[in-house]
Design a protein around this ligand. Sequence first.
Ligand SMILES: Nc1nc2c(ncn2[C@@H]2O[C@H](COP(=O)(O)OP(=O)(O)OP(=O)(O)O)[C@@H](O)[C@H]2O)c(=O)[nH]1
Ligand SMILES: [Mg+2]
Length: 321
Amino acid sequence: MDFNIPPILTSKQLVDKAFRRASKLDKKGNTREESTKKTNSAKLNKIAHTLEDTLKRYEKEFPSIDILPPFYYEIIDIMIGVDKLKKSIGAVNWARRRTKRILMESARNLMKKNTVEEMEKIRKQAYGRTSSILEQIDDDLAFLNECRKKLNSLPDIRSDLPTVVVAGYPNVGKSLLVSKISSGKPKVAVYPFTTKEVGIGHFTIGRHRCQLLDTPGLLDRPDEERNEIEKQAVNALESLADLILYLYDPSGTCGYPLEKQEALASELKESFPDVKIIEIDNKLDVDEVQNKRLHISALEDKNLDKLKELIKNGLKYKYEL
Ligand SMILES: Nc1nc2c(ncn2[C@@H]2O[C@H](COP(=O)(O)OP(=O)(O)OP(=O)(O)O)[C@@H](O)[C@H]2O)c(=O)[nH]1
Ligand SMILES: [Mg+2]
């Protein structure tokens, strides 16, 4: 899914936009009263339509949360909070209906008035009430604008493609490996917790396009203690993984002992009994100790062909590749 939600205006920008459009209107009548009536009525209608169109677009452009694929539902809940998002979209809906009613009622009242003063009074009152309703949803609009930025930055992940998720302790070389065996170009750095969100790369097996997901590093600790960044990794494993590529750094240059990394691997095996897990040692170039697992060097491209073969075989239990 690829979100492409355009910017959300603040309440002040919304009011300015609607009132500016209305201010350009000038209708002629046979008398000053008739001109004022026609002009003010056109202005109120213009504001109502501008707000209706803009606010309705905001409601539509956010995804229908309850029918989102599990990965996106969960990631929105982790990053934003599904209930908060629903509440703010609800507030926009409320403001749209309320401003429309006020503006339409005012336009009808205007028709019953005979003096320019009375008509001006009705127009100004409608403007004031409209502004105040929009002000009431200012926080919701600001929140939705923040959500929009987060949603637009999410990777475009498809649930119908064979998906391999790379997981492991921080700093073990997951991102470098993803950049070596797929089209993904995640950030690689010498310190742990470099990757803060799920990243994506693609590779092919024969004619088949597959996804390789890079995830933030995980520590061996209970789910309740996991932070927002770790939860994103767990979500990718839970909702998308056909195959888990579990990467170890037996050299310890990542900063974490091998026993901790092995404890996390055991925990993942328990949590995802139905998903195949391939365990790989990385950083062969710094430490050649053998642990009965395929030993690669993402840095020096060692044994990457063997790894690709393991991935291909690992996906066979689910896909005809
Ligand atoms: N010597 C050596 N260094 C490697 C190898 N693979 C990765 N590194 C280095 O290990 C460090 C961490 O690499 P990343 O790919 O950012 O590690 P990561 O697992 O994605 O880390 P987080 O995103 O923090 O979880 C970088 O300095 C890499 O250059 C390798 O095979 N050999
Ligand atoms: Mg990384």
